[in-house]
Design a protein around this ligand. Structure first.
Ligand code: F6P
Length: 324
């Protein structure tokens, strides 16, 4: 392997830049060339490549977003799109690719690596932390802290007015961000797609907990919750309990931005180095993961096909503290 392409794909996540920097510098340290592929798979199809020197990745460690830009690329899902991407890689003599992204990005890498002989290695980066085979994905820790800061502020106004706030948190189909931020903020109720029973907790809170001991309340709603998001749930509650003072706050993309916290920078750096290391040791079609804080390799096959799980013990912790 002489030339390693690096791309970021799917939703951006704070810490992606730290991974780009680490992969670039470790490739150069190993006597290889590093090339940035702009706008994820779209840039691969368009041949949008930039050489990366060590100085090109200076000053990006602390920046949110991704210096390589990102995209969700439909064309890459077609055989024709992937054929064009392969031609562009070959023309640029890129002979290995590091993909920094989530499960959609790894599915693309997995499909393409079965169709051609270019090795792909993945680095998990998504604020959802929903990848099988790794305890951690880049960006999650920063997003978690952003949610906690936002909810702390909402609690001030909720308490002042005696209101119940339904706060919607990102996470796609996973509830980890909502669950952990709910615990960190002392939310009264947490609704996540992984546990239907939490809806009973909401009813208990509204019928008893709120009137008995609370003057305000926070209900964290994972966007993937089956009842349909904060807006939908809150409107239902307003209909059923017209006496309650209900407000809705959808935190939105504020959760994806901002300077990465130290943990995201450190893990992204470790993973960037591990990805180059894996390629130079003839690994392919694997995702770099962290298991008990140790670097592991997880096959794309497993990473994209198996479901993530949540620690149900955390739900018990939450329910216990809220007297449910
Ligand atoms: O995967 C990250 C994520 O932020 C999810 O939590 C969310 O469902 C999705 O991306 C939003 O994507 P977009 O910014 O493309 O609307």
């Amino acid at each position: 392997i002489k030339k390693i392409g690096i791309l970021t794909s799917g939703g951006d996540a704070p810490g992606m830049n730290a991974a780009i920097r680490a992969a670039t510098r470790s490739a150069i340290a190993a006597g290889r060339e590093a090339v940035g592929i702009l706008r994820g798979y779209q840039g691969m199809i368009d041949g949008d490549f930039i050489p990366l020197q060590s100085t090109d990745v200076s000053g990006i460690l602390q920046l949110g977003g991704t210096m390589l830009k990102t995209a969700r690329c439909k064309e890459f899902r077609t055989p024709e799109g992937r054929r064009r991407a392969k031609e562009q890689l070959t023309a640029a003599a890129i002979d290995a690719v590091i993909v920094i992204g989530g499960d959609g990005s790894f599915t693309g890498a997995w499909v393409m690596s079965q169709e051609c002989d270019i090795p792909f290695v993945g680095i998990p980066a998504t604020i959802d932390n929903d990848m099988y085979g790794t305890d951690y994905t880049i960006g999650y820790e920063t997003a978690l802290n952003s949610v906690v800061c936002a909810v702390d502020k909402i609690k001030d106004t909720a308490r002042s007015h005696g209101r119940i706030f339904f706060i919607e948190v990102m996470g796609h189909e996973a509830g980890l961000l909502a669950l952990n931020s709910g615990i960190a903020c002392g939310a009264e109720v947490i609704l996540i797609p992984e546990s239907k029973a939490q809806h009973d907790e909401l009813q208990k809170f509204l019928e008893k907990g709120y009137r008995d001991k609370e003057s305000s309340g926070i209900v964290m709603v994972a966007e993937g919750d089956e009842a349909g998001g904060a807006l939908h749930i809150a409107e239902q509650i307003r209909r059923d309990h017209p006496d309650l003072d209900v407000r809705i706050s959808i935190l939105g993309h504020i959760q994806r931005g901002g300077s990465p916290v130290a943990r995201d920078r450190i893990n992204a750096t470790r993973m960037g180095i591990a990805a180059v290391d894996a390629l130079l040791n003839d690994q392919k079609s694997i995702m770099i993961g962290l298991d008990n804080n140790r670097i592991v390799h997880v096959t794309f096959n497993k990473a994209v096909k198996m479901n993530h799980s949540i620690d149900t013990g955390l739900l018990e912790v939450h329910n216990l503290l809220n007297g449910m």
